[in-house]
Write a protein that binds this ligand. Structure first.
Ligand code: 13P
Ligand code: SF4
Length: 353
């Protein structure tokens, strides 16, 4: 009852704030956000689309509904007259939290000690990482990537440098490597919790993958693909590239969240899909494609805790504060971090167009 009342009040507050703030306000939301939040977004997308949209807007206030690294990315791209807000400053990403700047600095030291330019190393970071790590990557000649362009960015790095350090998602890096024809014997894994005592093999590896993973996407297993194929022989399995390589290799398609949405939307009526990604998106796909059968690849389906935190009431709180001239949930990246992080981001946009 109380929940209903709070929701109704939040809806009225968001409507009023949107009306009052008009073009000064842009609400961005990631596809994993709850329906009660996504319905208010001026734009929803995958990480690449959201960063492009944040970079292109002239709105004075950008309210980002997603997890912290996404809002930080928007803040890195923001013009001096723009401000970025998050309704839930505590919404983190499990994957991003697995690479700390101190760990990356110490790995870098070990991997580059006594090495001449012929074995030069370049870092690539997935957007799901702290701003400090993006800055480190920008300072060391590397680029950022997203799930939509990891293969292209990795190919660029491998063309230019003998060795690549890919942070922080081992599975995205591994799947992108396979796409680019890199074989397992050229790949080594760097586990920040157990740095190796013998660094020699790392000087010879072509690709070094940071041992991080998303706790949502690693829940999908090869047996899930086998089971769904047994039950629905006509099923098409589509997964996100943060899934394990042995799951991706059994799937029919792999792509970013927006790629998954498009593939399902464009499929003929009667299609059957098993989707290996976060449940809020899968449930929305089911509702938006009633003439198709949309299943989660896993039962029970996994959901992202960080993404689930934002409620309509949190969005209403940020917006009503703004209307009253108060700033709640401001996201700021210090200039000395934002400038080199911007370099890594721009490099990605240059590589991928
Ligand atoms: P996308 O960029 O594909 O939307 O992925 C973001 C993410 O966090 C997936 O877990
Ligand atoms: Fe991070 Fe995984 Fe959540 Fe995506 S689904 S935001 S990678 S924890």
């Amino acid at each position: 009852m109380k929940e209903d009342w709070l929701q109704k009040r939040a809806i009225a507050q968001v409507e009023e704030a949107k009306r009052k703030l008009g073009d000064e306000l842009l609400i961005l939301a990631h596809h994993y956000q709850r329906d009660e939040v996504v319905r208010w977004a001026d734009f929803r997308g995958d990480s690449l689309e959201l960063s492009r949209r944040a970079a292109a807007t002239h709105a004075r206030y950008i309210v980002f509904c997603g997890v912290r690294f996404m809002a930080e990315t928007a803040a890195i791209l923001a013009q001096p007259a723009q401000q970025v807000f998050t309704p839930r400053p505590d919404a983190g990403c499990f994957l991003a939290d697995q690479a700390r700047i101190e760990q990356v600095q110490s790995a870098w030291k070990a991997l580059t000690r006594g090495i001449d330019a012929s074995r030069g190393l370049v870092p690539i970071t997935y957007v799901n990482s702290d701003a400090e790590i993006k800055a480190f990557v920008g300072q060391h000649g590397g680029a950022m990537c997203t799930s939509a362009n990891a293969g292209k960015v990795l190919a660029w790095a491998l063309r230019k440098y003998p060795r690549v350090l890919f942070l922080p998602d081992q599975h995205l890096g591994h799947n992108a490597a396979y796409q680019e024809g890199i074989v397992d014997k050229e790949i080594l894994f760097w586990d920040p919790r157990f740095p190796p005592s013998d660094i020699g093999p790392f000087h010879r590896a072509r690709l070094i993958l940071w041992r991080g993973a998303c706790n949502v996407h690693v829940r999908f297993l090869p047996t899930d693909v086998q089971h769904v194929r047994e039950k629905y022989p006509e099923v098409k399995v589509i997964v996100h590239p943060e899934c394990r390589e042995d799951v991706v290799s059994l799937a029919d398609e792999m792509g970013s969240t927006s790629y998954i949405i498009r593939a399902i939307r464009e499929s003929p009526p009667g299609s059957v899909w098993a989707v290996g990604t976060e449940e809020h998106l899968v449930a929305r796909l089911r509702a938006e494609n009633p003439e198709k059968k949309i299943l989660s690849l896993k039962d029970p389906p996994p959901y992202c805790i960080g993404m689930s935190l934002t409620r309509a009431t949190d969005l209403a709180h940020v917006l009503t504060s703004l209307v009253k001239g108060r700033e709640t949930g401001v996201v700021k990246v210090p200039e000395k971090v934002a400038a080199p992080a911007h370099v890594a981001l721009n490099r990605m946009l240059e590589i991928t167009g």
